[in-house]
Design a protein around this ligand. Structure first.
Ligand code: NAP
Length: 504
């Protein structure tokens, strides 16, 4: 099998004697060609040292220069044409229509950040004018500016091979802020990573960005990621992936002699509250839409609605049956990796074993069956493990005996990326209370919609309290995500002529 030079260190593709690995065809389980090599300790160190030297220059580039860099990355990705989509499809089994949409989202995101930089407002300068006549003491003039934090290590997830991977939101927001990026490629789609990584490295060279502004390292084992998170020249980590992975990196970074921020966006069960009048009025069509949200992308979305909560009555039971019927009729494509497939099956088994759960009849013909399980709110409170994400096309329908029980659920559930309410006008009193409770628990509150589909815009918050993320103060999607990689500096009494040029 062909082994290609695997690590991208600044402008160069390099090859040492790291361990050989390859991606897998999710349909057949067979290894895909070409093979790649895992980054060695030397390569990891080399890429970070180079990124740190690049930082000295890159942090001084103008917003217009960085904007042109981002625009060129977008064009280079588009220039890869539909061959790129074919390769991603081979590595992930994600359908070409979905991948076409994800490519548009990824290039659109690059251009949105490019525009943000050109708008000139992102740096949020705050000015306190001097008060020389103030008594008893004069006040010097002060200006607060945002400055980039340093080299960022970025980890992408397997389920978004473009939008949350090499040129995804974390990389783009870090590069936009003036921080070099060392990206840890995901072993589930190494060929995709290589193509996109090369497109970024080429754009860096074409637009005159310092060598080392972007590097990409492959890793099959956790060692590469661990070495990145603990390297003294890495100043922040951005992670999208599982709770286990995010928490492990967070703990590693916290134990460093110099702890650094780890922005980990992890799993979530994204509860959807269906209030009684909405259920009665919407019935079948609402149930079908909900089922589509559960099975979209074979359920492999961090915003997948893994929970729906309803009042225990006949209409709700009929609604659940409609959801089950919709799920049964939905074709499911293979899950991304063997690890995700095994975790899905064992997660469902665990839910069934927790007692009181009844399974609706599901007749899908693939190995991966979509699933809806019903459980009483009381059972759920006794078994909080139901709140653990089962990554795949499944949901848990929770039946509450009263609104108070529904509110109590919203109070006890762990932090989530999203919380959704379906309400008709007669449900508004309950909805108001739920909006207040969900505000304490989630990053995005949705009304009469579904959590899947995260708009890339200025107001978006893709985040939320732990364990959905490790830092509820920030978002990983939308232009606000740039501030994860800057820190404020106050310049006190510095004459205008000596002030550093803000990199607006
Ligand atoms: P993952 O297994 O956690 O992998 C993500 C990346 O982290 C990989 O590069 C992985 O490399 C690395 N990693 C994981 N554990 C590590 C450790 N202990 N030490 C060092 N590196 C480590 O996640 P995934 O399977 O790709 O993605 C699926 C999960 O992501 C789901 O739970 C989903 O909900 C979540 N997700 C969240 C969001 C969000 O925005 N919150 C978006 C998409 C997906 P190795 O494979 O080499 O270990």
């Amino acid at each position: 099998m062909e082994i290609i030079p695997s690590q991208i260190i600044g402008y160069r593709n390099v090859q040492s004697n790291g361990e050989i690995f390859h991606g897998f065809d999710p349909y057949t389980g067979k290894p895909l060609s070409p093979a790649f090599r895992e980054a060695t300790k030397t390569e990891i160190n080399e890429s970070i040292v180079l990124a740190n030297s690049a930082f000295a220059l890159y942090r001084k580039t103008s917003s217009a220069q960085r904007s042109s860099f981002l625009e060129t990355i977008a064009s280079n990705i588009e220039a890869l044409g539909d061959d790129l989509l074919k390769i991603i499809n081979e590595e992930t089994a994600l359908p070409l229509t979905r991948l076409t949409g994800e490519r548009g989202r990824t290039t659109g995101q690059l251009r949105l950040f490019g525009q943000l930089l050109l708008d000139g407002k992102w740096n949020k300068e705050i000015i306190d004018e001097p008060l020389p006549d103030r008594k008893p003491v004069a006040r010097p003039g002060m200006i607060q500016m945002q400055v980039p934090i340093g080299v960022v290590a970025v980890f992408g997830a397997s389920n978004f091979p473009l939008a949350f991977s090499v040129a995804g939101g974390d990389t783009v927001s870090a590069l936009a802020s003036g921080c070099p990026v060392v990206f840890k490629a995901h072993p589930a789609h190494p060929a995709t990573c290589q193509l996109i990584g090369n497109a970024i490295a080429k754009a860096a060279k074409e637009t005159g960005m310092p060598d080392g502004t972007f590097s990409m390292l492959h890793g099959l084992s956790n060692e590469v990621g661990g070495a990145l998170a603990t390297h003294p020249l890495i100043k922040a980590v951005a992670f999208t992936g599982s709770f286990k992975g995010g928490k492990a990196l967070y703990d590693l970074a916290a134990r460093r002699p110099e702890p650094i921020p780890v922005y980990a966006e992890m799993g979530s069960v994204n509860p959807v509250f269906f209030l009684p009048e909405a259920v009665t009025l919407g019935a079948k069509s609402l149930a079908l839409q909900f089922g589509q949200s559960v099975t979209m992308g074979s359920g492999q979305f961090c915003t997948n609605p893994g929970f729906c909560i309803l009042i225990n009555n006949e209409d709700s039971k009929l609604f659940i049956q409609h959801v089950a019927d919709g799920l049964s009729a939905t074709p499911i494509h293979p899950l991304l990796t063997k690890g995700i497939t095994d975790a899905y099956k064992s997660g469902l088994e665990k839910q069934h074993k927790m007692g009181g759960a009844s399974i609706q009849t599901i007749t899908a013909e693939t190995d991966i069956k979509p699933s809806i399980i019903t459980v009483s709110a009381k059972n759920l409170m006794q078994n909080p493990e139901y709140f653990e994400e089962v990554f795949g096309p499944s949901t848990v329908a929770v039946l509450a005996d009263s609104f108070d029980e529904m509110f109590r659920l919203a109070e006890v559930m762990p932090g989530q990326l999203t919380g959704t309410i379906h309400a008709a006008e007669n449900d508004y009193t309950t909805a108001r209370e739920l909006i207040d409770l969900l505000t304490q628990k989630v990053g995005r509150v949705i009304m009469n919609g579904f959590p899947t589909g995260v708009e890339v815009c200025h107001a978006m918050v893709h985040g939320g309290p732990y364990p959905a993320t490790t830092d509820s103060r920030v978002t990983s999607v939308g232009t606000g995500s740039i501030y994860r990689f800057t820190r404020p500096v106050c310049y006190q009494n510095i004459p205008q002529s000596l002030l550093p040029v803000s990199n607006i």
